[in-house]
Design a protein. Structure first.
Length: 427
C-alpha cells in the first residue's frame, strides 16, 4: 500500500505546531520537518509526534528549504503543510483514501487552502458561519487552490524563493493533476507578521524578479508585497510589467484596477476590468457595477451586479453593491433584502452591520420628517452618515432638512455629495 509523508519547514512555530501535527498524525506514515533555525520549543513539539527533524540552513529561499525536506522524505506520496495550518478533519480521511488508491493514476492533487481573514474585499474571499470552529472567529476565508499532495521521487521540485510552488515542475514533467477542491487545509496565521515580515518577503520578491525577469507571477508577487507595505506608487509599475508579460493574468489585473480605483481613476480602472469581464469572475463584475453606479450608468450597474449575484449568491460584496444600486434606483425593499442576505452570510462583518444600521436610521428619520419633526430627523441623519458616509440618499435627505432650516450652503454641499456618489439621482 502506498505510504504518505507530511513535509514541512519550520522556524519558531511553537504557537501553531501542535495543532498542525495533531491534524495529520493519524494519516501520516512519516513526518519530516526541516528546521531553519528555531530558538523556541518547536523541535520538542515535533519530537512528541515522532517527526524526523533535519537542520536546513536558511538562504532566503523557501523553495530550496522545501526541496531539502523533500530529499529527506521516504514516502510514496508527500503532503505539504505549514505550521500555522490544520488539515480539515473530513479531508484527512479523504487524503488517506486517495493515497491508498494511489490517486487513481494521478501524480499530484490540487487541494483548497482556506486563508482565514475578515477582508471581504479580497477577490477569492468566501464567508463562513460564525459557529465554524475552523474559522477561529474570522468571518471568512480566501480560497486558493494549490498543489499540496504529490508523488515523491518523480523529479518534482519547488521553485521561486518566495510564494514558492511545485506546479511548474509538475507541469513540465507531464504530471497528471487531480483537482480535489473539497479537500481543505485551514490556514490560521494568514496575514500575521506585520511590516517586518512584509519587508522580508519584499526583499525575496525583488530578488525573484531579477532572477526571473520574464515571469509575470514574479512581478505580480513583487507588486503585491509593495501594496501590503502601503507603497502603491512603486507597486503599479511592477503590476503593469506582469500584465505586459501576461495580459490574461487575473491577479495582476485585479491589483492594478484596485490601485486605480483607490486613486479615483474610474475610467482607467474600468478599461482594465473590461479586459477580464469575459472570465465572469464575480469580483470583476462587482467592481464594474460599482464604477457604473458612480458614473451614473445605473442600468449597466444593475446588469453587472445581477450577473455577479447569479454566479456567486454568497458573495457579500456583491450583495452590498446590489443593495446600493437598488436603493439608488428607488427600490428600498429590494435594497433591504440584499442587506439581509449579506447579513445572513457574514453577520460579524462591521461594514454589513453599519450599512443595515444606517438604512434603519434613515427610515426613522423619514418617519420623523413626515410627522414634522425635522430637527430630530436631522439629528438622526447626521448619526446615520457616520455609519454609512457613502449613502447618497442620506446626503439628499440631509440637504432637504438643512434647506428647511435655511442653511443653504451646507444643503448644497450635501446635495452635491449625493450626486457625486450617484449621478443618476440628478438625471
Amino acid at each position: 500500500m502506498p505510504t504518505l509523508g507530511v513535509v514541512m519547514i519550520v522556524k519558531n512555530e511553537a504557537e501553531w505546531l501542535e495543532d498542525c501535527l495533531e491534524s495529520v498524525c493519524a494519516i501520516a506514515d512519516e513526518i519530516v520537518i526541516g528546521d531553519t533555525g528555531s530558538t523556541d520549543n518547536s523541535n520538542a513539539i515535533a519530537q512528541e509526534f515522532k517527526a524526523k527533524i533535519i537542520d536546513v540552513p536558511w538562504t532566503d529561499d523557501f523553495a530550496a528549504a522545501r526541496n531539502a525536506v523533500l530529499a529527506a522524505a521516504a514516502s510514496d506520496w508527500l503532503l505539504h503543510m505549514d505550521a500555522d495550518e490544520t488539515l480539515d478533519e473530513d479531508s484527512a480521511q479523504a487524503i488517506r483514501d486517495l493515497v491508498d488508491a494511489d490517486a487513481d493514476g494521478a501524480d499530484a492533487v490540487e487541494l483548497m487552502l482556506a486563508n482565514y481573514s475578515d477582508d471581504m474585499r479580497a477577490w477569492l474571499w468566501r464567508p463562513v458561519s460564525p459557529e465554524d470552529p475552523n474559522a477561529r472567529g474570522k468571518a471568512g476565508y480566501i480560497a486558493v487552490p494549490l498543489l499540496r499532495l504529490f508523488r515523491n521521487r518523480r523529479g518534482f521540485e519547488y521553485r521561486e524563493p518566495v510564494h514558492e510552488n511545485i506546479t511548474e515542475s509538475v507541469v513540465e514533467l507531464g504530471g497528471v493533476v487531480l483537482p480535489e477542491h473539497e479537500i481543505v487545509i485551514h490556514h490560521h496565521g494568514f496575514g500575521k507578521g506585520g511590516n517586518e515580515k512584509s519587508e522580508f518577503y519584499l526583499r525575496i520578491a525583488r530578488a525573484k524578479t531579477e532572477a526571473r525577469p520574464n515571469d509575470a507571477k514574479a512581478w505580480h508577487d513583487f507588486g503585491e508585497q509593495l501594496v501590503a507595505l502601503g507603497r502603491p506608487e512603486e507597486a503599479e509599475p511592477a503590476v503593469r510589467k506582469a500584465l505586459t508579460l501576461d495580459a490574461a493574468h487575473l491577479g495582476a489585473g485585479t491589483t492594478l484596477a484596485n490601485l486605480l480605483l483607490n486613486r479615483g481613476e474610474l475610467d482607467a480602472a474600468r478599461e482594465v476590468l473590461l479586459q477580464f469581464e469575459e472570465t465572469g469572475a464575480p469580483h470583476i463584475l462587482v467592481a464594474l457595477a460599482a464604477i457604473a453606479c458612480k458614473q451614473g450608468h445605473i442600468d449597466d450597474a444593475d446588469e453587472y451586479v445581477t450577473r455577479a449575484v447569479a454566479h456567486a449568491p454568497r458573495h457579500v460584496l456583491a450583495r452590498l453593491t446590489a443593495a446600493r444600486i437598488a436603493d439608488v434606483r428607488g427600490y428600498p425593499k429590494a435594497a433591504h433584502m440584499q442587506l439581509e442576505a449579506a447579513y445572513s452570510f457574514a453577520p460579524t462583518i462591521a461594514e454589513v452591520l453599519e450599512r443595515i444600521d444606517a438604512m434603519r436610521m434613515r427610515d426613522e428619520a423619514d418617519a420623523l420628517a413626515e410627522k414634522g419633526d425635522v430637527k430630530s430627523a436631522l439629528t438622526i441623519l447626521v448619526a446615520a452618515l457616520k455609519h454609512d458616509p457613502e449613502d447618497p440618499l442620506i446626503h439628499l435627505r440631509l440637504a432637504k432638512a438643512l434647506d428647511h432650516f435655511g442653511d443653504a450652503k451646507r444643503a448644497e454641499e450635501s446635495r452635491a455629495r449625493a450626486f457625486t456618489l450617484a449621478p443618476s439621482l440628478n438625471a
